[in-house]
Write a protein that binds this ligand. Sequence first.
Ligand code: SF4
Length: 345
Amino acid sequence: MKKIGIFDSGVDTPEEIIIAAGFIPYRFFGDPTIEPNKANEHIPPTHCVWTRNLLELAITYLDKDIVGIIATHGCDRTNREFDIWRECLKLDFMYFLNSPRKRDNTALKFFINDINEFIIQLEDHFKIKITENDLKEAIKKTNKIRKLLREISEYRNKMIITGSEFHGLVKDVQKLNKDDALEILKAKLENLKERQPFSKKDYKRILLTGSDLDDTEFIRYIESLGFQVVIDDLGIGTKYFTNDIEENGNPIESIAKYHLNKPIHATKFPSYQRFEVLKKLATEYNVDGVINIAQKFCEPVLYDHPYLRQKFKELEIPYMFTEVTYNREAYKQLSTRFSAFAEMI
Ligand code: SF4
């Protein structure tokens, strides 16, 4: 089955449209073991390390089943760098979806228009027809996936699945054919019901937030330092499955509303609303602390940090912020800070 690649700094791409068009939505992830040498010819080295890595991978190796790419406006990286992707890749089908930064009625109309334009361009280019029924079926499928992910996510809180195992699962779901993903999730849920909790006392319970961290090895690394991610507000995490899409009514409007109502990303307005989401999660999950990680040069998350630090201080919830370089060797340099935080909480 052919794929449409997704370049998205959040999870704002309407996968259901791609599924209804008969393709696999395939989100691009990076590889922290490579250097972005070719990407550095196009993007200054002081810009987001993660998107430079994605461009490097796209230039050097693109899955042969990828017949098109959609870039969704998450932050300015996906916006401005998409022009560079177009120059470097020259795929026949490339679309920029202008997911709005605001969340009001004007933004909703704007988003619906752009989603409609995406559909028209898919239909024209691939000589297909995307029907209302196709869209409704796709919505039902992704809702089932979201429901299963919500259930599985709770096993992190019960210390039955590690944060890293769960992270790997969410990542797979964002790359796989959704029918295969459904089967994997169902099997995982059955498996988890049979498992016993691992020791609770050895792990500090944390809420993980920040940039979209796509290296599962990083989560494994912080686990090795004594933390369990019991909850997160990441795109490779709860932002991907907290809400469902309304199954009745106009599917395009429902998809647009879903994206404008899900937990807010640091790149959207007003970004400080993000604190309310974090506060609720930290309280509900009774965490020992909050860890906020910014990928190197991730401006949206850097901007949020002083505000979040102040607000968590007021709540007396331990909070740690750090920037991380997208390189596994560099993770090790953070061990002293993480260990000190683990001891402090
Ligand atoms: S890591 Fe930050 S700067 Fe980079 S794409 Fe994501 S939100 Fe944008």
